[in-house]
Design a protein around this ligand. Structure first.
Ligand SMILES: Nc1nc2c(ncn2[C@@H]2O[C@H](COP(=O)(O)OP(=O)(O)OP(=O)(O)O)[C@@H](O)[C@H]2O)c(=O)[nH]1
Ligand SMILES: [Mg+2]
Length: 268
């Protein structure tokens, strides 16, 4: 059993390390978002930590402020083996999706099509206009989003407002219209279920988690086989194999879906 799991983990890591889009110079852009404080920045940090084999804080995660900590459109790249090369996939973090104080659905649509430039500070009151210096008038395939990841906090899922769920749905519908594949990651699973907190290997046995994943799937329309539970590194100081396995599994699927889209839509 342990060997199987190790084999799967090794397989996912190899796939990620060897992954290359078929066109030279092409990068796979992964856009992540969910409600404020869902664990988006922590997931980006966790991926970097697992790939580098040590704790990293590429995307600053927040433990104190109220309201959304991440406000800018930021691209995160991960360096490979301490060399000058980077993994050919990048992560984009945007402001949280909350109703009123969150990012506008129209701005997320602009990000999908590559019109939002790096560093743009989202404004929950008005959409990025064409005259703005952060509006990219001629996006390339590299600027566009190739896979959407909805980050869902498993612990507070039931207290998500109807408006936030509606926002997630609207964004998903727009992604579907553009053909962009979508997955969800369930974060904070340790806080949602005491059995998982005790032992993360209970993740696929937890009825609490299964129920929450089913409910989210029905409300938003993301199929169950596209929802991946992860336990982000938040307070730990050393990496744990079982948490790594979940993160690597989620990431390898995200890359696989995005790569299919890149090939199908752009032949890249
Ligand atoms: N226990 C636990 N805590 C987590 C997990 N993921 C994130 N956290 C904590 O949740 C808090 C918010 O995490 P962030 O990564 O800043 O969330 P975010 O979605 O980037 O938040 P904003 O940018 O403010 O919208 C931090 O205190 C993290 O340490 C997890 O899987 N388990
Ligand atoms: Mg953040």
């Amino acid at each position: 059993m342990k060997e199987n799991k190790l084999g799967r983990q090794k397989g996912a890591l190899e796939y990620i390390n060897n992954y290359k889009p078929q066109t030279e110079g092409q990068q796979l852009r992964i856009l992540l978002r969910g409600p404020v404080g869902a664990g988006t920045s922590s997931f980006i940090n966790s991926v970097q930590s697992v790939l580098k084999g040590r704790m990293c804080t590429l995307a600053l995660a927040d433990t104190t402020t109220h309201g959304c900590f991440t406000k800018q459109y930021t691209t995160y790249k991960i360096q490979k083996d301490n060399s000058e090369t980077f993994y050919p996939f990048v992560f984009n973090d945007i402001m949280g999706l909350d109703h009123q104080r969150g990012v506008l659905v129209d701005d997320v649509k602009l990000a999908f099509t590559g019109h939002v430039k790096e560093g743009y500070v989202f404004n929950p009151e008005s959409k990025l206009s064409e005259g703005n210096k952060f509006y990219n008038k001629s996006p390339t395939v590299n600027d566009k989003v190739h896979v959407l990841v909805c980050v869902v906090p498993a612990d507070t899922l039931f207290s998500m407002s109807d408006e936030t769920v509606q926002k997630i749905r609207d964004i998903r519908l727009e992604a579907s219209r553009l053909g962009i594949p979508q997955v969800a990651i369930f974060t904070k699973i340790d806080r949602a279920c005491p059995e998982i907190r005790r032992d993360i290997r209970n993740v696929y046995r937890s009825k609490v988690l299964l129920k929450r994943m089913r409910k989210f799937s029905a409300a938003v329309g993301i199929p169950m086989n596209c929802i991946f539970p992860v336990r982000n590194y938040s307070s730990e100081i050393s990496l744990k194999e079982d948490a790594d396995t979940l993160i690597l599994s989620a990431l390898s699927h995200i890359i696989g879906f995005g790569d299919d889209f890149l090939k199908k839509k752009y032949g890249c």
